[in-house]
Design a protein around this ligand. Structure first.
Ligand SMILES: *Cc1c(COP(=O)(O)O)cnc(C)c1O
Length: 344
């Protein structure tokens, strides 16, 4: 696959901004090249634009060459950058499943890119044939979210591979919830498919939504495109420092994930027993999609009691459904107690 041919012409021709820290990367006695203030160390200095230290740790953790790693201000940054790099406003389009994560649509609309939706089946599976038929010569990107938000299920690996093999543009697989899923990440398939981009994030399993750190994994050619158009210093010093600290706590993360999966299964069983619950959908993520008889009424009742969940009733295939994040054991108990109070 020729990345150069898929790119927007203006991006292919673009000469990127060269920052002081791009032009000189080594150690020195005195840095007088970036108009920084000599006081207030260490925050006076611009951060490493390519986040080499953090990338080295991420690449070790994920067993991926650092040249195949991009770090962004949340996964939302690479989502936006991919659309801006590859899709010509007013001409090109992207294709997603429906329902799915809302940022693909928002990012597309901001950039003036048409978004084509392929409905999932009632059991939230996707039909690769229908998806491929929705693509045309102007389709540059396909976004597949697995496990999917807000449905919670993983997409079939064979279906994803079908799209990877038969679509001529990039296939972005958003694995924000992969740590909670029994299925494997597609990271090990990067070498097999030059059009694959895998997104992961530190916002969910890693418990770092507040520091804004997302990851994109792809061929070095695709990573180079993202680096070319990103803000020069897209990850600040505080985020990079905190990430380095937390990347040493891998075992802690595994413990959290284990606890949350246990809680998820417990909550699914208990919620299913409530008389106003129609169905708790199977979940490979850290949330449950729950269909109820009067989702809006229950949403409002919970909110009145200081418990906020996400009302997804207006979303296709999710009528009367609430998306409930799995919290700590005590938070989950508070939710269950409030719901049980509705019965008696
Ligand atoms: C939460 C979530 C993300 C994470 O976004 P960040 O910008 O990294 O916080 C990405 N994709 C999906 C589908 C999500 O639900």
């Amino acid at each position: 696959m020729k990345i150069e041919k898929l790119l927007r012409k203006n991006i292919a021709a673009l000469k990127p901004y060269s920052s002081a820290r791009d032009e000189y990367t080594g150690e020195a006695r005195v840095f007088l090249d970036a108009n920084e203030n000599p006081f207030n160390q260490p925050y006076n200095r611009y951060p490493d634009p390519l986040q080499r230290e953090v990338k080295a740790k991420v690449s070790k953790l994920k067993n991926i060459d650092p040249g195949k790693v991009f770090l962004g201000n949340g996964s939302d940054e690479p989502i936006d950058l991919l659309i801006r790099a590859f899709c010509e406003p007013g001409t090109d389009n992207i294709v997603t499943i429906d329902p799915t994560y809302g940022m693909y649509q928002v990012a597309a609309e901001i950039s003036g890119i048409e978004l084509r939706k392929v409905p999932l089946t009632p059991d939230f599976e996707f039909d690769p044939k229908a998806l491929l038929e929705t693509c045309n010569a102007k389709t540059k990107l396909v976004f597949l979210c697995s496990p999917n938000n807000p449905t919670g299920n993983s997409l079939g690996k064979n279906s994803i591979v079908d799209v990877l093999q038969n679509f001529g543009g990039l296939v972005i697989v958003d694995e924000a919830y992969i740590d909670f899923a029994p299925g494997k990440t597609l990271l090990s398939d990067l070498d097999n498919y030059s059009n694959l981009v895998v997104l992961q994030t530190f916002s969910k399993a890693w418990g770092m939504a507040g520091i804004r750190l997302g990851m994109a994994f792809a061929s070095p050619e695709i990573i180079a495109v993202l680096n070319k158009i990103k803000y020069p210093y897209n990850l600040n010093i505080l985020t990079q420092q905190k990430a380095l600290e937390l990347l040493n706590q891998n075992e802690q993360v595994e413990e959290w994930v284990g606890l949350l999966i246990e809680e998820r299964e417990k909550m699914a069983k208990k919620l299913q027993k409530l008389p106003f619950v129609v169905q708790v959908y199977p979940s490979d993520a850290n949330f449950l999609l729950v269909k109820m008889y009067d989702a809006r009424g229950i949403y409002e009742y919970l909110a009145d009691n200081g418990i906020i969940v996400r009302d997804r009733s207006k979303v296709n295939l999710c009528d009367n459904s609430l998306r409930i994040t799995i919290g700590s054991e005590s938070e989950n108990k508070i939710l269950l107690k409030a719901l049980k109070n509705l019965i008696s």
